[in-house]
Ligand binder design. Structure first.
Ligand SMILES: Cc1cc2nc3c(=O)[nH]c(=O)nc-3n(C[C@H](O)[C@H](O)[C@H](O)COP(=O)(O)OP(=O)(O)OC[C@H]3O[C@@H](n4cnc5c(N)ncnc54)[C@H](O)[C@@H]3O)c2cc1C
Length: 322
C-alpha cells in the first residue's frame, strides 16, 4: 500500500472543473501527514494539456477514445484497475454529480469505504464533512486501507490547488474498454436565458423563504435599484417560478459575482457549491443556524419581507430615484 493521495480530475468539454483544484489543495494537506505524493489522475483523450497548472507531484494520464467524454462505466473500469494496482492511501473525487457517480460505484466494486461531502482533510488523517444538509460538521479519521472521499467546495481556495510549474505527466496503462455498455450519444444543452447569471457582478438570489411567485417581485425591485440580476435556489426553479437559466448550484450554474445576496436561502451544500466562490456573500435568513451563514461574510436574521423593501427604498433614495 502506498501513502500517495490520488485526485480524480473532473473535467467536461475541455474545461477542468473548479472542484479539481479544491481536491488538489486538500490532497496536499493530507499528503503532508502521510508523507506520500499528490497524484492527479487525468482520464481523457488528447487531453494532457489540461494538466498544465495542477499543483501535483505527478499526473497519471490515461488516454483512450472511450475516455474522451465522461461516462461512469469507462471511468470506473479504468480507476478500479489503477487503485487495485497502486493501493493509494486515499482517492479524492468531487462531491458532484460526476464524482458521486464514480465514487459510489467504485466503493461497491472494490469494497472500499467512502467518506462523502468532505470540506477539509488534515495532515493528521482527519476529515471534516458536512452532513444533514450542511447543518452539522462531522469529524473523523479516514478509514483504511484506501479511503474513497468526495470533496465538497468551500474548504480551500482554487489557487491553493494551482501551480505555475507544470507537473510531470506519465501515461498509464489502461484495461480493456472494448465491452462498455454505456456510451455518450450527445449532450443536451440547457436552454439559454436572456441573462447569463454566471457573468453578472451582482446577484439577488431568492430561495424558498420568498414563499410565493408574486413575492419574487420584491427581489426584482431591489435588483433593478442596485443594477443586479435575480437568480434562485432549486425549489424556486422546480416550482416554475423562475426559469432554469436562473438556477444556482450543483444542477444549475456556478456563479462568482462580486456580491451574492441570498434572500431566504438555507445554504444547502448543493446550492453553496454553485456560489461559494462569490467575492462577498450576504445572507438574509430568519434562522440563525442556517448553514448559509457559514459562507456569508455579512448576514442578518431579519425577515426578508421587512428588510428587502426598506433596502430598496433606501437605495432609490440614495440614487435620487424616489
Ligand atoms: C442531486 C441534487 C441536486 C441539487 N441541486 C441543487 C442546485 O443546483 N441548487 C439548489 O439551490 N439546490 C439544489 N438541490 C436542493 C438542495 O438540497 C436544497 O433543497 C435547496 O437548495 C434548498 O433551497 P432553499 O434554501 O431555497 O430552501 P430551504 O432549504 O427550504 O430554505 C429556506 C430558508 O428560508 C428561510 N426563511 C424562511 N422565511 C424567511 C423570511 N421571511 N425571511 C428570511 N428568511 C426566511 C428559512 O429559515 C430557510 O433557511 C439539489 C438537491 C439534490 C439532491
Amino acid at each position: 500500500m502506498s501513502q500517495d493521495i490520488f485526485v480524480v480530475i473532473e473535467h467536461l468539454r475541455g474545461q477542468v472543473a473548479d472542484i479539481s483544484y479544491v481536491m488538489l489543495a486538500a490532497a496536499r494537506a493530507l499528503a503532508q501527514g502521510t508523507g506520500g505524493k499528490v497524484v492527479a489522475i487525468l482520464l481523457g483523450h488528447n487531453a494532457q494539456e489540461l494538466a498544465g497548472n495542477f499543483s501535483a507531484n505527478r499526473v497519471l494520464y490515461a488516454d483512450h477514445p472511450a475516455l474522451a467524454e465522461f461516462t461512469s462505466e469507462a471511468y470506473q473500469v479504468t480507476l478500479a484497475s489503477l487503485i487495485r494496482e497502486q493501493s493509494p492511501r486515499a482517492v479524492l473525487f468531487g462531491h458532484t454529480t460526476i464524482g458521486a457517480d464514480i465514487a459510489g460505484g467504485l466503493s461497491v466494486k472494490l469494497s472500499l469505504p467512502l467518506v462523502s461531502s468532505c470540506r477539509t482533510l488534515n495532515s493528521n488523517g482527519k476529515f471534516v464533512c458536512q452532513i444533514c444538509g450542511g447543518k452539522i460538521m462531522a469529524e473523523g479519521d479516514l478509514p483504511s486501507p484506501t479511503a474513497l472521499v468526495t470533496m465538497a467546495p468551500g474548504g480551500y481556495k482554487l489557487e491553493e490547488g494551482q501551480s505555475d510549474q507544470a507537473p510531470a505527466i506519465e501515461t498509464t496503462a489502461i484495461p480493456s474498454l472494448d465491452d462498455l455498455r454505456v456510451t455518450l450519444k450527445h449532450y443536451i444543452e440547457p436552454e439559454a436565458g436572456d441573462v447569463d447569471i454566471a457573468k453578472e457582478p451582482l446577484l439577488i438570489s431568492v430561495g424558498r423563504g420568498i414563499q410565493t411567485k408574486d413575492n419574487i417581485e420584491i427581489a426584482r425591485e431591489l435588483a433593478t435599484a442596485l443594477g443586479g440580476q435575480v437568480s434562485a435556489s432549486r425549489p424556486i426553479v422546480d416550482q416554475g417560478w423562475l426559469p432554469a437559466s436562473c438556477l444556482v448550484g450543483k444542477s444549475g450554474k456556478h456563479v462568482r459575482p462580486k456580491v451574492y445576496l441570498a434572500l431566504g436561502i438555507s445554504g444547502a451544500p448543493e446550492h453553496v457549491e454553485g456560489m461559494n466562490e462569490s467575492d462577498t456573500i450576504i445572507a438574509i435568513n430568519t434562522d440563525p443556524n442556517a448553514p448559509i451563514f457559514n459562507v456569508a461574510k455579512y448576514g442578518t436574521t431579519a425577515d426578508i419581507f421587512d428588510l428587502v423593501p426598506a433596502l430598496t427604498e433606501k437605495v432609490k433614495q440614495a440614487a435620487g430615484v424616489s
